[in-house]
Write a protein of this length. Structure first.
Lengths: 551, 628
């Protein structure tokens, strides 16, 4: 009895963990409500405006589009003052509120903006949007209780309108933060089953059905999960989605010893369901491919549940029914590689019809085993086979040597490529330079970086090499050239000058340079680093920085 | 006058009596300073404390002079005097540096003194053990039955000292001799734990603070062995579990152990045994009614084994002393701040902006009279060129505070209350960045100047755990947290912060002191403290940015964590305000070289945040009163 209670407790605990994991997962994939269409006016209403009204509104819209919020705000205000009775007055008021929101005056946006639309133009289309924006603004300012109340009002007042869908989606986001699983599930169900799919609502409803399915699968409610996905997908794409959403729960449950039985049950349910979906007609190539894809999915589910023998048996079945090809062998080899069975993987690759791909796979398995020479041999075979792209394989061989620290061999190959492949000279020069840099042969690296044309990257690399050679003056010159030639990299280069001077023992000049970074680029991250460095290293709090957030 | 001098001379003739009295006073004053009423006391208490400490210091100096002059006197006495002088001197130096608000010096002195105190204590332990050991050795040589004598002499002292001091090393030594040490440690510790569970009430552990003792674990987490143990034994089922796990295997293990001991003793006797040796007799279980030697001060006690007894005794003494020192240190440390309260200044005020008043002063320039027929050519200034001099003044149209009351303050405050600036100490980073005079104290002074509210004369710091010491309704409305490195909080500290924010209605004023890393650390900390609340950018038209000063933009020194202030809101109240750009540096002397406009706004923002937290706290206190 005690044991069963304990087991129940363990199950509850694990379920909670799963729910938390699900919540986090769903939070990651839940998109924020896109209310883009709510702040636009229909063409019919634009037509009703007088020429002067249109002119003023266009000016305001231009600045709004350019994100010049302060100017746009003034222009909308001007419109409201001049054409208070116009058709676009509520629209202008709405946009004025949105400008306030962008200027981080959220309280003003609600009280003097959105609420005014509701009070003065309750029948306008903007009133609907305003009601939703009130909720969204409350959410953005952390007033969750008020936001929930506003969203519920939106759903109650305009249940069929797009804003209701947005409101539900935002409520889901709130419930995610508050770890309120029940509310989330209820809202997902509403979105998945009750909301009519339109172009605007489709993506939100699709995500809801996905999240609901994931939740149901984690709860080992297989049929419920499939029902959720059925609201969005049909036939083979439905099977694909079911399998895609099954993998994570099956892997998680089977990975937990206490939940393993549930995980296996879920996987079996999935396999049985996929088997039912396997097309019986296998006449055309498409039908055969579709049927084979179903078997692959079955095998993948076995793999996720950790049943390797069943996985291999399924592949044997596929070979028996459909024959062997590179795709099947590649998948099987991938499985063996994942399990560290490199010999089996190579056996599969050696059966490839496409010898180039087969050799490439073989080389990769050798590389995974740190057997460099056989790996290079395999790539060399491709040089002979692939007469159209021999340089690609030479480059891969050089990359392999470089990755294992055999820089001399890598450089020799790159040098050959430099002579042979004139079209990609810059690529090979850069590769030679970076290989010398990794080899700590800075003088040689500088020579090749100098021949590269990808300013300012080559200059920054050259400067770094000079610093390593303790040629600080040259490094500073190069950084100054970056400051002059690449304004985007100027804060970084100036900060590097500071560090270089510091390495050169020029303490006072280094301090002045760090202070310059703070003064010239107060809003950049480099200013932050310079400020912290001055404080930590030199105990100098006077950094000449300081700024403000402009809007 | 003569009588007084005569009495003083009489006292000089009784140095021991005077020392005892002064030592008692010193002890009381120290306890009052450290534990009963930490922080700044009233004038009378301060005078009394200074009196007691100065008297103790003077006496210590006199004793030291005596010890130096009487160089030929007993070296033990001299050492005792020097040791006592060290303790008094250490305490005095910490007290003085604390009074001068040299926080860093105080901390370093306290740490260095603790280490020295440990070494001084160790020196005495070594001396005591050596003397005792020699004494028992001499006694044994001059006596016919050493075991009997030793048992008699150690009869009273032995068991008590053993269980108080030698328990941990005893278990270690015991287990060291076993094939399965872990099992033996468990078997040794579990009965002790069960005894503790049965005999001592848990509230005692909570009260003395031992439940808060923690040790650092992996990944920056802290382990609370006592608290976890207490939590575990609260569940009655554990008793059954302990019984089953302990009694049956223990019985079998004891039986097996005794059997092995007999066999070992027989083998030992055959090879190199000396039948007269009491230890050898004990190992052979052949004492025939003779008492075991339990005295830990005698190296011939049975539990020191048969080999390297002196070494075992020394190691046992070192381990026991370290254990006792650490335990005492922890217990005394936990006592600190038990009765600490925070009270806001009484008064009232309106939730209004301070008015920016612009004074216009007309400056009429001199009128030049120019001869139009002059041969000198010069530019004539226009006659009506009058410059207006505009002076912007900050005018207190309202009292800054909240509620109804006399003077600037808070309705929920008290007459003795003051606004204090408390920063949080945490492990892993530099919590004390820009701390004290010339730094955050500037902000507190500015707050006083700008709001006319009473403020404390120095800024303070408390550990996160010490937030537990503040009762509900008397806790600080705001604590300041800054740094540029890591923030490492234990689970209990996270819980303490959560309780502080949610139940004690507190607020954290976070400030990124210098790195993107700290930004991530702060965010991670808040995710742990308030997992169901997401941070949001604090609107510029929020109360916290409007009252008492209108802050039109976010001022910062460097954008370490971005350029937007973030906040965590619970039930319509900001429980955390995070400034991303080192506002503390702008408050400090030199203002980090930022423009006057920026550091002025930094002071204004600091004032707003402090006022907001106190006003919200006052509202909450009033609401609680009304509920009652």
């Amino acid at each position: 009895m005690a044991r069963s209670t304990q087991t129940k407790e363990v199950t509850v605990l694990t379920s909670r963990r799963l729910v938390v994991a699900l919540v986090v997962l769903a939070a990651a994939i839940t998109p924020s409500a896109s209310a883009a269409r709510l702040d636009q006016m229909s063409l019919d209403r634009w037509k009703k405006l007088r020429e002067v009204e249109r002119y003023q509104l266009k000016i305001a819209e231009k600045y709004f589009g350019e994100k010049k919020w302060k100017v746009a705000l003034a222009e909308y205000e001007k419109y409201l003052t001049l054409y208070e009775d116009s058709e676009a007055a509520p629209y202008s008021q709405l946009k004025w509120s949105l400008c306030q929101r962008e200027l981080r005056k959220l309280n003003t946006a609600i009280k003097e903006g959105f609420q005014s639309v509701l009070d003065y133009w309750p029948e306008s289309p903007e009133a609907t949007a305003s009601m939703y924006f009130i909720g969204q603004t409350y959410k953005n300012m952390g007033e969750i209780r008020r936001a929930k109340k506003a969203y519920k009002e939106v759903i109650a007042t305009y249940p069929k309108h797009l804003v209701a869908v947005y409101a539900i989606n935002d409520l889901i986001a709130i419930a995610t933060t508050q770890k309120d699983t029940k509310t989330r599930v209820d809202l997902w169900k509403t979105l998945a089953f009750d909301i009519k799919r339109t172009r605007e609502t489709a993506s939100i409803c699709r995500n809801a059905s996905k999240n609901l399915a994931s939740f149901q699968f984690y709860s080992v409610a297989f049929d419920e999960g499939v029902k959720a996905l059925e609201t969005t997908w049909k036939e083979q794409s439905l099977t694909s989605q079911v399998v895609a959403h099954l993998h994570s729960p099956v892997r998680t449950l089977c990975g937990d010893q206490k939940q393993q039985a549930r995980g296996l049950r879920l996987a079996d349910q999935g396999v049985a369901w996929v088997r039912q979906q396997v097309p019986s007609e296998r006449v055309t190539d498409e039908q055969k491919a579709a049927a084979r894809q179903h078997f692959y999915w079955i095998a993948d589910l076995y793999q996720s549940s950790g049943r390797d023998k069943k996985f291999e048996a399924t592949y044997a079945e596929i070979q028996k029914v459909f024959g062997t090809d590179d795709d099947l062998l590649g998948r099987l080899a991938g499985f063996y590689r994942g399990k560290g069975r490199y010999v089996d993987a190579r056996a599969c690759y050696s059966r490839f019809e496409n010898r180039i791909n087969g050799n490439s796979g073989i080389a990769e398995t050798y590389y995974a085993e740190k057997k460099i020479e056989p790996c290079v041999m395999a790539y060399r075979r491709n040089v002979a086979l692939d007469t159209k792209n021999p340089n690609q394989w030479h480059s891969t061989i050089a990359g392999t040597y470089r990755a294992v620290g055999q820089y001399d061999k890598a450089i020799a190959i790159y040098q050959e490529l430099l002579k042979a492949d004139l079209k990609n000279t810059q690529t090979w020069l850069w590769n030679i330079a970076t290989t010398y840099r990794d080899w700590r042969k800075d003088k040689e690296a500088i020579g090749f970086f100098r021949q590269c044309t990808n300013f300012p990257s080559n200059y920054s690399e050259m400067a770094m090499c000079h610093r390593r050679l303790k040629q600080y003056k040259e490094a500073v010159t190069l950084y100054n050239q970056i400051i002059g030639g690449a304004p985007g990299s100027a804060p970084w280069a100036l900060l590097q000058i500071g560090y270089t001077r510091e390495s050169a023992g020029q303490k006072e000049q280094a301090i002045k340079t760090f202070q310059q970074v703070c003064k010239r680029f107060p809003k950049k991250g480099e200013a932050s680093r310079a400020h912290a460095h001055l404080q930590n290293k030199y105990k100098i709090s006077v950094t000449l920085g300081g700024g403000k957030k402009d809007n | 006058m003569n009588q007084f001098l005569a009495r003083l001379m009489t006292l000089r003739q009784r140095p021991v009596l005077v020392t005892v009295v002064v030592a008692a006073l010193w002890g009381l004053a120290s306890a009052d300073w450290l534990w009963f009423r930490p922080g700044s006391p009233g004038v009378i208490t301060a005078v009394l404390r200074w009196g007691a400490f100065l008297a103790a210091t003077g006496l210590a100096v006199m004793w030291t002079r005596w010890a130096i002059w009487h160089g030929s006197a007993d070296p033990v006495r001299r050492s005792a005097v020097f040791s006592a002088t060290f303790v008094v001197g250490w305490q005095m130096s910490v007290f003085v540096s604390d009074a001068m608000a040299w926080h860093v010096v105080t901390t370093q002195l306290a740490r260095a003194g603790t280490v020295l105190l440990f070494l001084v204590g160790l020196m005495w332990v070594v001396y005591g053990v050596e003397m005792a050991s020699q004494f028992y050795d001499r006694l044994r040589k001059s006596s016919g039955d050493p075991v009997e004598q030793a048992a008699d002499l150690g009869g009273l002292l032995g068991p008590l000292t053993l269980w108080a001091l030698l328990f941990p090393p005893g278990v270690i030594f015991w287990s060291r001799r076993q094939r399965h040490p872990l099992r033996w440690v468990a078997l040794g510790l579990l009965p002790w734990a069960s005894l503790h569970f049965l005999c001592f009430p848990h509230w005692l552990d909570q009260l003395i603070g031992i439940a808060r003792w923690s040790i650092a674990g992996g990944n920056g987490e802290r382990i609370y062995p006592v608290a976890d143990y207490l939590g575990a034994v609260d569940d009655g089922r554990w008793l059954v579990g302990i019984g089953c796990l302990l009694v049956v295997p223990a019985a079998w293990s004891f039986w097996g152990w005794d059997r092995r001991r007999r066999i070992a003793a027989d083998t030992f006797d055959q090879l190199c045994g000396t039948p007269g040796d009491p230890v050898d007799r004990w190992w052979r279980n052949d004492l025939d009614g003779t008492a075991y030697n339990w005295n830990p001060l005698d190296q011939n006690a049975w539990y020191y084994g048969q080999h390297s007894r002196k070494l075992n005794q020394s190691v046992a003494a070192l381990v026991s002393y370290s254990f006792a020192f650490a335990l005492t240190f922890l217990l005394l440390g936990q006592l600190g701040g038990c009765s600490e309260i925070y009270e806001m200044p009484a008064g009232g005020g309106e939730q209004q902006q301070i008015v920016q008043q612009v004074k216009v002063q007309k400056v009429i320039k001199r009128k030049y009279i120019v001869n139009p027929f002059s041969a000198i050519l010069f530019q004539v200034p226009p006659i009506d060129d009058i410059k207006l001099q505009l002076t912007e003044l900050t005018h207190h149209a309202y009292k800054v505070g909240y509620g109804q009351g006399k003077g600037a303050g808070y309705a929920g405050g008290t007459n003795l209350g003051k606004v204090r600036f408390i920063r949080l100490e945490y492990s892993g980073g530099d919590w004390d960045q820009d701390f004290g005079i010339g730094a955050d104290l500037n902000m507190l002074i500015e707050y006083n100047v700008r709001t006319q509210q009473k403020v404390h004369n120095k800024t303070e710091s408390r550990t996160v755990s010490q937030l537990n010491n503040f009762p509900i309704g008397k806790s600080p409305p705001m604590v300041y947290l800054t740094g540029q490195k890591s923030i490492s909080l234990s689970q209990n500290e996270v819980k303490a912060l959560r309780t502080y924010l949610n139940e004690k209605h507190g607020m954290i004023f976070g400030d990124n002191g210098g790195s993107g890393h700290f930004h991530n650390q702060f965010m991670a900390m808040m995710r742990r403290v308030l997992p169901t609340i997401d941070p949001v950018p604090v609107p510029l038209d929020d109360v916290i940015h409007r009252i008492p000063y209108q802050i039109p933009f976010l001022p910062y020194v460097a954008p370490h964590g971005g350029q937007v202030a973030l906040g965590w809101k619970v039930d319509g109240r900001w429980v955390c305000y995070y400034h991303p750009g080192d506002i503390g540096d702008a408050w400090a002397d030199g203002h980090a070289g930022v423009k006057p406009e920026i550091y002025e706004y930094c002071y204004q923002l600091g004032t707003n945040v402090i006022n907001y937290s106190h006003a919200e706290y006052s509202k909450w206190l009033e609401a609680r009163k009304q509920k009652k």
